[in-house]
Design a protein around this ligand. Structure first.
Ligand code: UTP
Length: 238
């Protein structure tokens, strides 16, 4: 399918971290509501790919089956299955608020077709060995989108573990710095949790994708999508 129409619209890929919509006891309805409201209040010419993470649920499943399964590939498959359950809930709820393709996509190839008649396409994980951040970066590459918004409980990239002494939030950084930080903190094991992982950082650098970080505050997310006066880190080329 020709993808030239995509260039006519503003397509934004969102990595919706599981931590932002899921607590220990499952979906946090208010947070999902804020997210849906922010998307429905965006410019009508904006289209979105929403890639939903696994959050606490995937980590719980992965850690409780680590001894039983014992290999990363199987554990990654468990993680992917959980992201797709979360994606199903997000897709069903978004459908009530904004034109959303009525299926959780399982491949990147389905994206152009899904977005042709709808403003939103939703997916979860794609394949073992990566995370949903990387899936969002791959979706940007597929659609030639130059903007990825990472929504999670943490809205700044830090020079150290955010809880460590002397940790400093970095408001603006280039791709090379993001890559260096991701290399230091992302050990790419099933269930690993880092604000923006190494594979995603590599794709963003190679494809020159701007990455903006936001929490699930509705106003801030709207500003982040617009790119004006938002709070949160931004990664862009110098
Ligand atoms: P996430 O991308 O949600 O990881 O995928 P995360 O770092 O826990 O992110 P948050 O907490 O949602 O922000 C959950 C797990 O699913 C597997 C990995 O094991 C990952 O840790 N996964 C996910 C894959 O193997 N491939 C994918 O494409 C996506």
């Amino acid at each position: 399918m020709p993808t030239s129409w995509i260039l006519m619209t503003n397509t934004i890929c969102i990595s919706l971290g599981g931590s932002s919509i899921l607590g220990k006891r499952g979906i946090i309805p208010d947070n999902l509501e804020h997210f849906a409201s922010a998307l429905s209040r965006s410019e009508k010419s904006d289209k979105f790919v929403v890639v939903v993470g696994g959050g606490a649920a995937s980590r719980q499943y992965i850690s409780s089956s680590t001894k039983l399964l014992g290999n990363d590939r199987d554990l990654d498959e468990v993680g992917i299955a959980v992201t797709r359950v979360n994606a199903l809930i997000v897709m069903k709820y978004l459908s009530k608020k904004i034109s959303t393709f009525p299926k959780v996509l399982q491949t990147l190839e389905e994206l152009p077709g899904a977005l042709r008649g709808h403003r939103v396409a939703v997916m979860g994980g794609l394949r073992p060995g990566i995370s949903t951040d990387a899936v969002a970066a791959l979706a940007c590459k597929k659609l030639r989108s130059k903007l990825l918004v990472n929504v999670s409980a943490v809205m700044y990239v830090y020079n150290k573990k955010p809880t460590a002494k002397g940790a400093r939030a970095i408001h603006s950084l280039d791709h090379q710095t993001m890559l260096r930080i991701a290399r230091r903190f992302d050990n790419r094991k099933p269930g690993t949790h880092f604000i923006f992982d190494l594979e995603a950082s590599k794709i963003a650098k190679r494809e020159n994708i701007e990455v903006r970080f936001s929490n699930l505050d509705e106003k801030n997310l709207i500003l982040t999508i617009k790119g004006s006066n938002f709070r949160g880190s931004v990664v862009r080329s110098r």
